[in-house]
Design a protein around this ligand. Sequence first.
Ligand code: ADP
Ligand code: MG
Length: 253
Amino acid sequence: MKASIKKQQLHDNLLELNLPKIAETYDNYCKDATQRNLAYSEFLQQLVNEEMNFKEDRMVRYRIRWSQLPFTKKLEDFDFAAQPSIDKRLIDELATLRFIDNCENVIFLGPPGVGKTHLATALALRACQSGLKTFFTTADTLIRRLKASLADGTFRQRMRRLKWPRLLVIDELGYLPFDRQASNFFFEIICNRYETGATIITSNRSYGNWGDIFDDPVIASAILDRLLHHSITINIKGKSYRMHDKIASYQSV
Ligand code: ADP
Ligand code: MG
């Protein structure tokens, strides 16, 4: 068999075996290995590493896309000095993602602009980078989509999809109050995920006011009961960072 046909066959077989990166790069690696007189084992190791890195990158990109994060802010972008009410050690602990393994919940409470969404998103990004299935939504969008899904018959499917992510982020709970139906949906989501998945919630309302978010104080306390059983609450105080930016630029003029 001609060398070029053999080469094409190897290429096709590698693709068939779902090893696209090796198929793409082995030619260069072969030349390099010959030039540098590499041991066979080392040559093989390099090729396999290349494929592993490629697959890992692809999976992380897929996880990030699937998660629907609103932006990709990182923990490293967070200015802890500007926000002394947060214990950085606690955030560092959360960044290990042990809370996801333990199916614990994290609740960020505080006024607008103090970094709740930033921190929730940054933790969700970490989860994606670790290959964990993650989904981000605002409370409002979540309920709107669930209500719409009743009409097109996909409600159960949507509910199931909210059960499986290892990390679910529900942002901005409490900006808009829930009616009875929305409160029941929310209760079902929290019940489904209880001790089976980690959930991050951000809210501008303290727990004492959660009765006002949900239509019924009995549902509110049942939700809090499950949510808080294995949970970490981070109460953020202080002024909006958006104002901090403005004040800083105003002072520098
Ligand atoms: P919240 O969700 O509490 O309303 P955000 O997380 O949306 O606030 O923060 C508002 C903006 O300010 C975002 O662009 C965020 O990245 C930024 N921000 C807030 N706090 C900090 C901080 N301590 N360090 C860096 N950026 C911050
Ligand atoms: Mg926010």
